[in-house]
Design a protein around this ligand. Structure first.
Ligand code: SF4
Length: 454
């Protein structure tokens, strides 16, 4: 380290390790093993050096001064702890070969680090590529790994060294151990290269600077044209094929202001977003995917739920019913039903086929209530008033049918209050439906949720 003084070289083992580094007219005093550092003046630096040297006797006035007290109390003058022992060094056994095949390139990027087009052309001999692959594969096998890695990189565009790249890939693929092969590339391909890359490599990192005007300004071809269109064609082909790729963006100072728009462009225009589902007229608050992955449900502030084909993105169904915005939606596994919750303080269960309401789990305080009859009403998805009774077992209003899911038959009932809060015994014909045998137990809790009027 330039300008620094390091004590305790091997010739001075008795003195703790300390660094004194000139800094802004003062000194950084650093004890790495103690993990302590501070900035002091020259007098302090001298005091530290003398205090740590057994051969130097400090003058009595220094021993009683503030500086010495500070150093003592902070522990800065203490002995070094035992130095950490270095980890045993494993023999170097790389299992990844990254090959820089050529300095040839079909682009002339403004920031090119490889001086594209300026240096004499060079290409890696295939024999050297094979030898590197052999080392990585053998090491991986010896270490019992399931695969080894082969990568292709610049400076230069590796796909332009086609013959050696093909030879290297063929050599790697014939190994007894699996080769995972990827590359870094500018993505400026002709049709043949595009097809070959997708057929032969496992993944590619594409250098792509985002917005068309930025890409065309920064990454021009050797002939001076913009490269955006060609690289986007590559990216779209990767998307269609499901080929694994990443985008790597270079942002020089003059393009920092376009960074956010560039990232957004990449997200919207590439496979990151496959489809945009449009139809809701307000915020979409919740999205769910069906267990079989075939259907997407969305819940919106526009009070509707919508079902979409997950593959094509086409709208399948719109479900109305929530009186306020719908906030969340979920598929009920192994049933044909959907649940949703909304600002109208209801949770609703829907039949997925017909989009009709199965049940409405509601907050009684949020509904129109006739206190005398303990009857609550809300509108269903068709705008009809639906009536609910509470507690379960109350007389069903005229014109209504109870469809409560009561469990028929006799059950040993818990006693007293426990019963009151959880299970409600119903007498046959008492208003709660499903009666049979010697009575029934309504499994509804507090609020009977399934008594739609007809
Ligand atoms: S793609 Fe890479 S090697 Fe080619 S010009 Fe651009 S930065 Fe240079």
């Amino acid at each position: 380290m330039a300008g620094s003084i390091r004590y305790n070289l091997s010739t001075m083992p008795a003195i703790p390790e300390i660094f004194q580094i000139p800094f802004d007219g003062k000194h950084i005093l650093y004890r790495p093993l103690l993990r302590q550092a501070f900035i002091g003046n020259q007098a302090m630096a001298n005091l530290v050096a003398d205090a740590l040297d057994d051969n130097v006797e400090l003058a009595p006035e220094l021993l009683h001064g503030d500086a010495y007290r500070f150093l003592s109390e902070s522990g800065f003058l203490g002995p070094d702890p035992e130095a950490p022992r270095p980890e045993p060094v494993e023999p170097y056994q790389p299992t990844c070969a990254t090959l820089f095949l050529t300095n040839r390139c079909n682009l002339r990027c403004t920031y090119c680090y490889a001086s594209s087009g300026e240096a004499p052309l060079e290409e890696m001999p295939l024999g050297l590529a094979r030898a590197a692959i052999d080392v990585a594969a053998e090491n991986a096998e010896r270490r019992g790994l399931p695969k080894f890695d082969l990568g292709f990189h610049g400076g230069g565009e590796p796909t332009l060294a086609r013959e050696v790249m093909q030879g290297a890939v063929a050599h790697a693929r014939q190994k007894n151990i699996r080769a995972e092969i990827s590359g870094s590339s500018n993505g400026h391909y002709n049709e043949e290269t595009l097809a070959w890359v997708q057929d032969n490599l496992d993944a590619m990192s594409v250098s792509f600077d985002g917005l068309p005007e930025v890409q065309d300004r920064q990454r021009r071809t050797a002939g001076g044209q913009g490269s955006h269109e060609t690289v986007m064609r590559t990216i779209r082909a990767f998307d269609r094929r499901g080929f694994s790729y990443g985008l790597r963006m270079t942002v020089p100072p003059e393009s920092v202001s376009a960074l956010a728009a560039g990232v957004k462009f990449c997200v919207v225009k590439t496979g990151s977003v496959k489809r945009t589902l449009r139809g809701h007229r307000d915020w979409v608050n919740g999205v769910a995917v069906s267990p079989d992955g075939k259907t997407i449900a969305s819940a919106s502030l526009d009070k509707t739920l919508r079902l979409w084909d997950a593959e094509t993105g086409s709208a399948l169904k719109m479900i109305r019913g929530h009186e306020e915005g719908a906030n969340c939606v979920a598929f009920v596994p192994n049933t044909n039903t959907l649940c949703s919750g909304g600002d109208d303080r209801t949770a609703r269960i829907w039949d997925l086929e017909g989009g009709t309401l199965h049940a409405c789990l509601f907050d009684p305080e949020a509904t129109l209530v006739n206190t005398a009859a303990t009857v609550f009403q809300i509108k269903d998805q068709n705008g009809r008033l639906v009536t609910y009774t509470w507690p379960c077992g109350a007389p069903v209003p005229a014109g209504a049918v109870c469809t409560c899911n009561c469990v028929p038959g006799k059950m040993p009932l818990p006693s007293g209050e426990e019963l009151a809060d959880s299970l409600r015994p119903l007498e046959p014909g008492s208003g709660g439906g499903g009666g049979g045998g010697g009575g029934s137990i309504c499994t509804c809790n507090l609020v009977c949720t399934c008594v739609p009027i007809v």
